[in-house]
Design a protein. Structure first.
Length: 155
């Protein structure tokens, strides 16, 4: 029998990536509430809708797994969620909605970018610039620490 030191077990980080994200979406029955949905109707996310996955190691060996949800059409990514690792698997921690949103990791933070459309703008070309929100882990949850607006998509 192979003995594994307890310190090695305590430091092992859970798997994080597309397969883990799809499994977490399936296990959690991830729902986007009407208040976050572009259609104003709640819906259940299919694991196949997982688009980008961002993994962030947290203190104590936990992992935050952020993922974007693809619309399957011209709306691009329309939602994002953060799952936190726990001894029993990943648990939903945060759900956000958007339209053609972007999500990137900056250090150990997440930056959400949302285009701003003016009334006559075509779907391709938002002329109102971009709203950005920087989300930081505070030891309990991710919360917004900074918001700004500019003409650049890049945070």
């Amino acid at each position: 029998m192979l003995a594994v030191p307890l310190a090695a077990i305590a430091l092992a980080r859970p798997s994080c990536g597309t397969a883990a994200a799809r499994a977490a979406v399936k296990a959690s029955h991830l729902n986007i509430p009407a208040s976050q949905s572009i259609s104003s109707e709640a819906y259940r996310v299919s694991p196949s809708q997982v688009d980008a996955v961002i993994c962030i190691p947290l203190p104590g060996g936990r992992v935050a797994m952020a993922l974007t949800i693809a619309s399957g059409g011209t709306a691009g990514d329309i939602d994002w969620a953060v799952f936190l690792s726990s001894p029993t698997g990943y648990k939903v921690s945060l759900v956000r909605g958007g339209y053609k949103l972007g999500l990137v990791r900056t250090g150990s933070d997440l930056v959400e970018t949302d285009p701003v459309y003016k009334s006559a703008d075509p779907n391709c070309c938002p002329s109102g610039g971009f709203d950005h929100a920087r989300w930081k882990w505070n030891g309990v949850k991710f919360s917004v620490v900074r918001t700004w607006h500019d003409k650049s998509y890049k945070p």
